[in-house]
Design a protein around this ligand. Structure first.
Ligand code: TUI
Length: 316
C-alpha cells in the first residue's frame, strides 16, 4: 500500500490523480476515479461556465468523495468558470497552460485546494510562494499542451526547490512509472493516457482503439511555431500541420487548422482529421479496463516493485 502526505492533503486513499483532459475528463470518468480511491478531475476545457456546473453536479450525484476541476487558463470563459467552481464548492482546482496567480487569493479564501500544472522550476517556486497546496510537474512526454523538459529531469528539480508536495506527470502508465516518480522525489503521480483506456471514460471508442494501436514513436509535437506545442498521435491532421509549419504558415492559419479538432477526435471519433492528444507512454497501454482495476493493478505492481528492490537491485 502506497501512502504519502498527498493522500492526507487531498483525503484520498492512493496518491494518484487523473489528468484533466479536455473533452475526455467528464463527470463520469472523474467520479469513477474518485470512487476508486484516487482523485478524479473534470476538465473544464473550453466549456461554458454553465456546462461546467452541469458536469460538477453530475459528478456530485455519482460520488460523495472529493474530486477536482481542471480550469484551462486559455479558455475564453475562464473568469466565469472560476466563479462556478467557487459557487459549487469544488474541493480541488487544477490549472493548466498558464500562470494561475491572480486566481489564488479568491480560491484560498474559500478553502479550495489549488494544484497548478507547471513545466518549469521558476513557475513552481513562484506559485509555492503564492500559497498553492501542491504542484503537478508535467514533463514533455505528456499528451496535449506541453513544456520543454522531460519528467525525468523536471520532477527532481522541482522536488528539490519546493516544500509542498510535487505530483509527477508525463510518461507514467504502470507500477514502474509510479515507483520511478516516487524515487525522483514526487509525493504522487498524475496519469492521463492510461485513464483514457478505461471503461468509464466517455471518449469515442475509435479514439480509445487508436490509443491501443499506437506504439512508442507514434506521437508527434505540432505547434512549436505558434508557441503552443501540442503532443498528438500521428495522423492526417498532424501531417497537414507539419506541412503548413514547414511552409511557414502564420500562427493564425495553424490555429485555425486546430480549431474544434480535439472534440472531433474525442467525441465524434474522427481519428484521421481530429486531434488525438496522447502521451508518449501510449505504446505501453494494451487494454481497456475498469478504472478500479487500473488503480488496483498499478498500486499492486508498485508495491511489489518496492518490496523486491532489496533482493533484485541492492546487493549487500
Ligand atoms: O494544459 C496542459 N495540457 C493541455 S491544455 C490542452 S487544450 C489546448 N488545446 C490546444 C492548444 C493549446 C491548449 C491540451 N492539453 N497541461 C498542463 C501544462 N501547463 N503544460 C504546460 C503548461 C504550462 C505552460 C506554461 C504551464 C504554465 C505555463 O506558464 C506560462 C507562464 O506564464 O509562466
Amino acid at each position: 500500500m502506497i501512502k504519502t502526505r498527498l493522500c492526507d492533503l487531498l483525503g484520498i486513499e492512493y496518491p494518484i490523480i487523473q489528468g484533466g483532459m479536455a473533452w475526455v475528463s467528464t463527470a463520469e470518468l472523474a467520479a469513477a476515479v474518485s470512487e476508486a480511491g484516487a482523485l478524479g478531475i473534470i476538465a473544464a476545457g473550453n466549456l461554458t461556465a454553465e456546462e461546467v456546473r452541469k458536469e460538477i453536479r453530475k459528478a456530485k450525484e455519482l460520488t460523495q468523495k472529493p474530486f477536482g476541476v481542471n480550469a484551462l487558463l486559455l479558455s475564453p470563459f475562464i473568469e466565469e468558470v472560476m466563479a462556478v467552481i467557487i459557487e459549487e464548492g469544488v474541493e480541488v482546482v487544477a490549472t493548466g497552460a498558464g500562470n494561475p496567480g491572480k486566481y489564488i487569493p479568491g480560491l484560498k479564501e474559500k478553502g479550495i485546494k489549488i494544484i497548478p500544472l507547471v513545466a518549469s522550476v521558476a513557475l513552481a517556486k513562484r506559485l509555492e510562494r503564492q500559497g498553492v497546496d501542491a504542484v503537478v510537474a508535467e514533463g514533455m512526454e505528456s499528451g496535449g499542451h506541453i513544456g520543454e523538459v522531460t519528467t525525468m529531469a523536471l520532477v527532481p528539480q522541482i522536488a528539490q526547490a519546493l516544500k509542498i508536495p510535487v505530483i509527477a506527470a508525463g510518461g507514467i502508465a504502470d507500477g514502474r512509472g509510479i515507483v520511478a516518480a516516487l524515487a525522483l522525489g514526487a509525493q504522487g503521480i498524475q496519469m492521463g493516457s492510461r485513464f483514457v483506456c478505461s471503461v468509464e471514460c466517455t471518449a469515442h471508442s475509435a479514439f480509445k482503439e487508436f490509443y491501443l494501436k499506437a506504439k512508442d514513436r507514434d506521437t508527434v509535437v505540432t505547434g512549436y511555431s505558434t508557441g503552443h506545442p501540442v503532443r498528438i498521435l500521428r495522423n492526417k491532421l498532424s501531417r497537414e500541420f507539419e506541412r503548413l509549419e514547414r511552409d511557414g504558415a502564420s500562427p493564425e492559419e495553424l490555429n485555425k487548422l486546430g480549431e474544434g479538432k480535439l472534440k472531433a477526435a474525442a467525441v465524434d471519433g474522427d481519428i484521421e482529421y481530429g486531434s488525438v492528444m496522447a502521451g508518449q507512454i501510449v505504446g505501453l497501454i494494451e487494454d481497456i479496463l475498469p478504472v478500479k482495476e487500473i488503480i488496483q493493478k498499478l498500486t499492486q505492481e508498485a508495491g511489489e516493485i518496492i518490496k523486491s528492490l532489496p533482493q533484485n537491485l541492492i546487493k549487500t
